[in-house]
Structure formats: C-alpha cells, structure tokens
Design a protein around this ligand. Structure first.
Ligand code: AQP
Length: 329
C-alpha cells in the first residue's frame, strides 16, 4: 500500500474548508492507503504571540478528537502529535543545511503571514523545512492537502531531491493529492479570501466551524456575501455563489449537471437554504462523536500514545539512513 501523510495545525477553529479540502479526502481514501495523520503542534509555535500554552494543550486534544469524529479510525490510521516524536525537529536541522534560503524567501505563505507581524520568528521562515521533515520522515508517497499547501509540497520535493543529489537516494520524493473541486473553500464574508482557521476564530460569519451550532451555520450561510450576479451555473457564477455550489457539490456528492438542474430557476436563495441543511446534516454526526470522544479523556490519550509508538518506529529508521548517508553514523 502507498503511504499517505498529512496534518493540521492545532490553532484557530477547524472549519468546513479543512474538512472538505483535507479531512474528508483522508477519510475517503483511508482503506486504500497506509495512513499517518499528525497534529502539527510545532508548526503552531511559529507565531508564538498567538498561542498560549494552555490554549495549545487544549487545541491539540480538540484536533485529535476531530480527526476521530470526522471518521479517521485508529485501526486504519496512525494518529499522533508531532512534538511527541523528536525526530521531526532533528531532521529539520539536517534538512536546513541542504535548503538554500532563496527557496524559503519565495514562499507565499511566509510572505503573507510575516507581513501581518511586528516581529517575525526564524521558525516561521523555516516552517516549510519542518513540514518537509514531517513528510519525508515517513517515506510518504502521497500528501492529501488543500490547494494552499501546494507550494509547500513542491519545496518538499525540491529538498528531498537536493538531499538525494548530495547524499544518495535516501529520501522518497512525495506527491500531492489535491481535490479537483473543493480544494480551496472561500470565506463566507469575503469570497475572494480563503476560509481561514485563525480568522474564523475571531470573526463571525467568516467560516463555519466544525463545532458550530445549527443557528450559527444558518446565520453564516444566509448572510454570505454574493454580488448582483445571481447565476447558479458553475461556469458563470460569481465567487460567493460558486463557493456555495462547490460546497454543496462536495458534501452531497452530486454531479454539477444535477445541481445546476436542481437550482435552474436561478434562485440563489434556495441554494443558501438547502446548503444550510446539507451542512447541518454533515456536521451533526461529527459533533455527536466529538462530544463523546472529548469526554472520554483516556481513550484519546491511548490513541495518541499508540500512534506515537508506530510513528517513532518509522521515524527512527529514516533518521538512521539519513545520518549514515551524511556521515553522522
Ligand atoms: N479554505 C480551505 N479550503 C480547503 N482546504 C483548506 N485547508 C485549509 N484551509 C482550507 C487545508 O486544511 C489542512 C489543514 O490546514 P492547516 O492546519 O495547515 O491550516 P492553515 O494552513 O493554517 O490554514 P488556515 O486554516 O487558514 O489557518 P491559518 O489562518 O492559521 O493560516 C491543509 O491540508 C490545508 O490545505
């Protein structure tokens, strides 16, 4: 079986974009692959100002519980916390030494995140190398992510190839796995901007959180920004309506043609109303399962402990090969 690796940062509020772009894709392919899913807490520290220790501890548990609630099964998939496997940090140093800084300076996520900060930490600059380490440590074949992560997968491939060029064929060069439709869910308040975890936590009507109540879901979708173009066909819709059509499509599994004929009277109000129901119905079982898991503290700890052990086994093996090839062993 091919191996899949992916992760989510324990920051902000997990939203329907994370679900559609990443988590639902992990669940869909779970049986087909050998899966490793990580909660990337070391990445969360790259903007230390926004992350209190207590908050981080709580968010790690919340994300782990959401993985399980969304359908990741510990019998099929390894689930663990990044900082529990120290090889992630160790490999990052070694890969730092083969990564030209020009490659990191080109990263769009670094440019946009650092623009908003008064003081930019070295960790934020080095974020892509830590992510490359996450992926390469597990001899990953495929990385299922949203479109925003495309550039990070490309740099991971570049780093692996450069390492292999210098030290021999040690690292497996991975490929991205990105949805054709739904890989970039936009926000409800501004359909030109990607739905974001951190913005969603602080701003109403931006995102739909996976733990939002039916009332909040209704309010957010009914007040979604659209412009005067009321077209409900995919190719002609304005960004706000296209975003809702895309969500509707991924969550119902219907074809574009079916959806277009269903909403052919062009009344986008009907689309909003039906999308509200589809989202509520999608999240209902997830929330129910989440509440059960989060209140059974030891179950979650056991899953993460078992995951850590399985992940460590692979990580130790990779580090052994990496160190030997570099002359450290
Ligand atoms: N809007 C989105 N549409 C589709 N997929 C998305 N992902 C994120 N936003 C969307 C995918 O979800 C996975 C986990 O993302 P992350 O933890 O790396 O989140 P992020 O990059 O930090 O993005 P956010 O959610 O916008 O958070 P902030 O605001 O803190 O930067 C990834 O596979 C990602 O592609």
């Amino acid at each position: 079986k091919k191996r899949v690796f992916s992760g989510v940062q324990p920051t902000g509020q997990m939203h329907i974009g994370n679900y559609v772009g990443a988590l639902s894709l992990w669940v869909e392919n779970q049986k087909k692959y050998d899966n490793i899913f990580c909660i990337v807490d070391l990445h969360a520290l790259t903007i230390p100002e926004s992350i209190e220790p207590q908050y981080l501890r709580k968010k790690v548990k919340q994300v782990a519980a959401l993985y399980l609630a969304c359908g990741i099964e510990p019998e099929q998939s390894t689930i663990f916390v990044q900082s529990h496997v120290p090889q992630h940090s160790e490999l990052t140093w070694l890969l730092n030494c083969v990564t030209p800084i020009g490659w990191l300076e080109r990263m769009t996520q670094f440019k946009s995140k650092s623009k908003k900060l008064e003081s930019v930490g070295t960790g934020l600059f080095d974020y892509p190398v830590l992510m490359a380490s996450d992926i390469l440590l597990y001899k990953t074949d495929l990385v299922p992510v949203g479109e925003d992560q495309k550039q990070h997968i490309e740099i991971t491939r570049d780093i692996a190839q450069r390492f292999n060029h210098l030290y021999g064929e040690v690292l497996k060069v991975p490929e991205e796995l990105i949805r054709k439709s739904g890989a970039r869910i936009m926000s409800f308040d501004d359909p030109e901007a990607k739905m974001s975890k951190s913005t969603g936590e602080n701003k109403k009507r931006h995102a739909i959180g996976l733990l939002d109540s039916p009332e909040t879901i209704r309010e957010t979708i009914m007040s979604a920004t659209t412009d005067s173009n009321r077209e409900t066909r995919f190719d002609y819709a304005s960004p706000g309506i296209l975003n809702m059509l895309t969500l509707y499509q991924v969550l119902t599994g219907q074809s574009r043609a079916e959806i277009e004929s269903h909403f052919s009277d062009g009344k986008y109000g009907k689309l909003k109303k039906e999308l509200v129901e589809v989202v509520i119905e999608t999240l209902k079982p997830i929330q129910k399962k989440y509440n059960r898991i989060i209140n059974e503290e030891t179950y979650l700890d056991d899953v993460l402990k078992e995951g850590e052990e399985k992940a460590t086994e692979i990580a130790v093996d990779t580090m052994d090969n990496v160190k030997k090839s570099m002359g450290l062993k």
